[in-house]
Design a protein around this ligand. Structure first.
Ligand code: TXA
Ligand code: MG
Length: 344
C-alpha cells in the first residue's frame, strides 16, 4: 500500500482524509499531544485494522476522538456533572475521560469494557476532519506497539509507511506526550495517565483525586489494571535506561565515572557542557517542562539504535507537566532510578 502524505494546511487534503476515514481506511492524524492512528471508531473492521497496523494487543482499548464536547453524549451514558465541568475547562485539549459506553460503540474499540475513553483534541484541522468524517475517530498513538509515540509526520512514516492509507501532516506536536486520562466511573476521579492537563489543574476543579498505581510504579504483566495499556512496557528504547537523580553536578560525576563507549546521556539543555565526550542529547530546558515534554519522544527515538546499550537520563522532578514527563521517562526506564547524591 502506498501511504499518501497529506497536509493539514490544505482543505482538500482534510476532505480527502475524511473520505478515507468514512471508507474504513486508516489515516494518521495530528493532535496537540502526539500523532494518532485514526479509523472510524464505530466500524469494527476499520478498528481491527488499527490493531493490525500497530501490532497492538487486542485487549488494549482505544480512545475515541470527537470534534465537539457535546458529542460526548452520543457515545457515553450516565455522564456525571464533573465530566461536563472538565469538558468546559479543558476541551478541546489534552484530556481524556473514561465514562460508561453506549451500545453503538463496538467491543473491538473498547476491548470489551463497559467504559470508553473519549477526547476532544485541540488541533483545529483534526477537529474539522472528525466533523467531516461524521463519526468519532478511534486513534491510539501512531507508533508501532512498544515504540515511543510519534510527534512528527516523519516519525509516523518511519513506523507506518505502507501500513496505512494516509498521513495528515500537521507539523510537530506541541505537548509531545499523550493526553491525561481520568476515569470518572468510580466513587472518586482517578488519574490513569498524567499528561498536559496537570494533577494540580484537575484537583483545583474536582478536589482530591486518586492516582492509579500504574502511574506510580511498574505493574506486572498479569496484573488487573484499570487502564489496560498501562501494563505493557511502553515508550522504551532497546537500550537500558537509568534515571540519575540529584543535582546536575552530582549526576554528571556519577555518569562520567561509569560512562563507557557506546552509552548515551539524555539530559537538560543546560547540562550539555557537563557531558562532553559522553554522547549527550538534550531534550529540552530544565526550567521549561513543556519543552521537555515536546522533545522527549523524539530524543528517545534518536537514541533507539542497537549500538546504544545504556542510556543515563536526567528527569525533571515535581508536579505540573514535569509530572507527565517524569512518568514517561520512568516507564522507559522500567522505574530504575539512582540518586547520584547518595552514590560514590
Ligand atoms: O494523547 C493521546 O491520548 C493520544 C492521541 C492520539 O489522542 N492517544 C493515545 O492513545 O495515547 P493510546 O491508545 O496510545 O493510549 C490510550 C490509553 C491506553 O493505555 C488504553 O489502555 C487506555 O488509554 N484506555 C482506553 N480506553 C480505556 C478505558 N475504557 N478505560 C481505561 N483505560 C482506557
Ligand atoms: Mg500509545
Amino acid at each position: 500500500m502506498n501511504t499518501l502524505q497529506l497536509s493539514a494546511e490544505k482543505e482538500e487534503d482534510i476532505a480527502l482524509a475524511a473520505k478515507l476515514l468514512r471508507e474504513g481506511k486508516l489515516v494518521a492524524i495530528p493532535t496537540e499531544t502526539v500523532y494518532g492512528l485514526g479509523a472510524n471508531g464505530l466500524d469494527e473492521e476499520a478498528v481491527a485494522r488499527i490493531f493490525e497496523a500497530k501490532g497492538r494487543p487486542q485487549d488494549n482499548p482505544l480512545i475515541l476522538h470527537i470534534s465537539e464536547p457535546k458529542e460526548l453524549s452520543s457515545i457515553c451514558h450516565d455522564i456525571p456533572q464533573t465530566a461536563w465541568l472538565l469538558a468546559e475547562h479543558f476541551w478541546p485539549g489534552p484530556l481524556t475521560m473514561v465514562l460508561p459506553v453506549r451500545d453503538l460503540v463496538p467491543k473491538r474499540t473498547t476491548a470489551g469494557l463497559d467504559t470508553v475513553a473519549v477526547r476532544c483534541p485541540k488541533t483545529e484541522a483534526t477537529r474539522r476532519l472528525i466533523a467531516l468524517a461524521g463519526v468519532p475517530i478511534a486513534a491510539p498513538s501512531a507508533n508501532r506497539s512498544g515504540k515511543p509515540s510519534t510527534t512528527t509526520a516523519a516519525h509516523v512514516l518511519h513506523d507506518m509507511d505502507g501500513r496505512i492509507e494516509a498521513i495528515l501532516d500537521g507539523g510537530a506536536c506541541e505537548v509531545g506526550v499523550e493526553s491525561t486520562i481520568i476515569d470518572l466511573t468510580g466513587a472518586r476521579p482517578r488519574l490513569l495517565r498524567p499528561g498536559g492537563i496537570t494533577p494540580e489543574q484537575l484537583s483545583a476543579l474536582l478536589g482530591e483525586i486518586d492516582i492509579d498505581r500504574a502511574v506510580l510504579g511498574q505493574i506486572s504483566n498479569d496484573a488487573v489494571v484499570r487502564a489496560p495499556g498501562m501494563k505493557y512496557k511502553h515508550y522504551a528504547p532497546s537500550a537500558e535506561v537509568y534515571i540519575i537523580q540529584g543535582s546536575s553536578e552530582a549526576a554528571a560525576r556519577y555518569i562520567r565515572k561509569r560512562f563507557q563507549s557506546g552509552d548515551a546521556v539524555l539530559c537538560f539543555k543546560e547540562e550539555l557542557p557537563l557531558y562532553e565526550g559522553c554522547n549527550p542529547t538534550a531534550y529540552g530546558s530544565r526550567d521549561d517542562a513543556l519543552s521537555l515534554s515536546a522533545g522527549l519522544f523524539a530524543a528517545l527515538r534518536d537514541l533507539d539504535t542497537p549500538e546504544i546499550k545504556t542510556i543515563y537520563a536526567r528527569c525533571p522532578e515535581g508536579g505540573g507537566v514535569a509530572y507527565a514527563v517524569g512518568n514517561r521517562l520512568k516507564k522507559a526506564a522500567a522505574f530504575r532510578t539512582v540518586n547520584a547524591e547518595e552514590e560514590p
